[in-house]
Design a protein around this ligand. Structure first.
Ligand code: NDP
Length: 333
């Protein structure tokens, strides 16, 4: 068995030296437990925060311990009645080839309904994050113009398409490359998209949204947030999902300089955590699963092969190498 551990707490952008790949014995399930062999590991931006010592909404990783996170695997030994050998389960024990779990920490997934990896992405927490952020937090309404940042990423690509599917007037996305911009426009049906490297975000957003925006789905923070505030219409709403432009910052980052516009525009800005919204899962699946099944909501995955490449996948995610959900496929063996 193999596991990926935190070797050191990064300062700024992490490096491969901050991780350690260790070969260990395959663990034995005790009575009441199952042994799971992982197939897919989730690679997520919030893991960067957990590499710091400071307590945030998720517990810090411990140096020398496994990088916990979302994973999907197959039950290979079972001592319990409710999970059988061959069942596929979703769990949170992260970057290891083998995990020992109690059934209450393992959710069985249905591989007939969707490919297993989709339960880490579009039909999992990623999709739920987009759904609750757009509909419950930003209170999107038909006819709104919506701006999504990191729009070619896992959450952003779902958020933009959900806005379109519920009748947005206009959906605008920003992303970090010309190829991602093309993907947003041509494959995901965004009305407009731009590469934030091509010029000031405020100018590019104003050009893409001449009548302003009603909703901003923020994945990035910083300059993007300031630009969105500038383009926001009266009574606009901002759902703050994440601020990835600041995750590697080593100094406090400046607030949006135009925050005072909150008064005149009477806009609302609200942060949220998907973990507070698990109760929305049934209505999320009821609405989104059929869209995925009939192909009207598209999703991409960027798959990195082999658990030893999980650290590389994580660094690539922070650098924007992914389109859609970043995943590691665990080799068989
Ligand atoms: P993504 O698939 O969107 O991957 C991250 C993307 O961020 C990269 O592909 C890159 O794309 C972009 N990025 C990286 N650095 C910068 C930068 N400096 N400026 C602008 N864009 C940057 O990841 P997720 O979909 O998993 O997560 C998206 C956001 O949602 C993150 O902020 C994450 O923390 C947050 N999140 C919040 C949750 C919650 O409960 N609130 C739950 C899940 C995610 P590009 O090429 O466009 O730069």
């Amino acid at each position: 068995a193999t596991e990926v551990r935190l070797a050191a707490r990064p300062h700024g952008m992490p490096t491969l030296d901050d991780f350690e790949i260790v070969d260990v014995d395959v663990p034995e399930p005790a009575p009441g437990q199952v042994l799971v062999r992982n197939r897919w590991l989730s690679v997520d931006p919030y893991m960067r925060g957990r590499m710091n010592a400071a307590k945030s909404y998720a517990e810090p990783y411990e140096v020398g311990k496994v990088m916990h996170g979302g994973a999907i695997g197959e039950v290979v030994r079972s001592t319990v009645d409710d999970l059988a050998v061959g069942d596929l389960v979703l769990h949170g024990l992260g970057w290891r080839t083998h995990a020992v779990l109690e059934p209450r920490h393992a959710a069985r997934i249905d591989p007939e309904a969707a490919p297993p990896s989709a339960y880490l992405g579009v039909l999992g927490l990623t999709g739920l994050t987009a759904y609750v952020g757009l509909f419950d937090v930003a209170r999107f309404a038909e006819g709104d113009t919506v701006f999504v940042s990191a729009a070619a990423g896992a959450v952003g690509s779902v958020a933009g398409q959900l806005a379109r599917s519920r009748g947005a007037r206009r959906v605008i996305g920003s992303a970090g490359s010309a190829e991602k911009v093309r993907y947003l426009r041509e494959e995901l049906g965004f009305d407009a998209a731009f590469d934030y490297h091509d010029g000031p975000v405020a100018e590019q957003l104003a050009a893409a949204a001449p009548d302003g925006i009603d909703v901003y789905f923020d994945n990035v923070g910083g300059e993007h947030l300031e630009a969105a505030i500038g383009s926001l219409n009266l009574h606009g709403r901002i759902a703050v999902c994440g601020m990835i432009s600041q995750y590697n910052a080593t100094e406090p980052t400046p607030a949006p300089r135009n925050l005072f516009q909150i008064v005149a525009k009477r806009f609302t800005m609200r942060g949220f955590l998907v973990g507070d919204h698990y109760d929305a899962r049934p209505r999320f699946l009821e609405e989104v699963a059929p869209l995925v099944r009939d192909g009207s909501l598209r999703y991409s995955e960027t798959v990195v092969e082999g658990i030893r490449n999980a650290p590389r996948a994580f660094l690539d995610l922070l650098a924007g190498a992914n389109t859609g959900k970043m995943l590691v496929r665990v080799e068989r063996g």
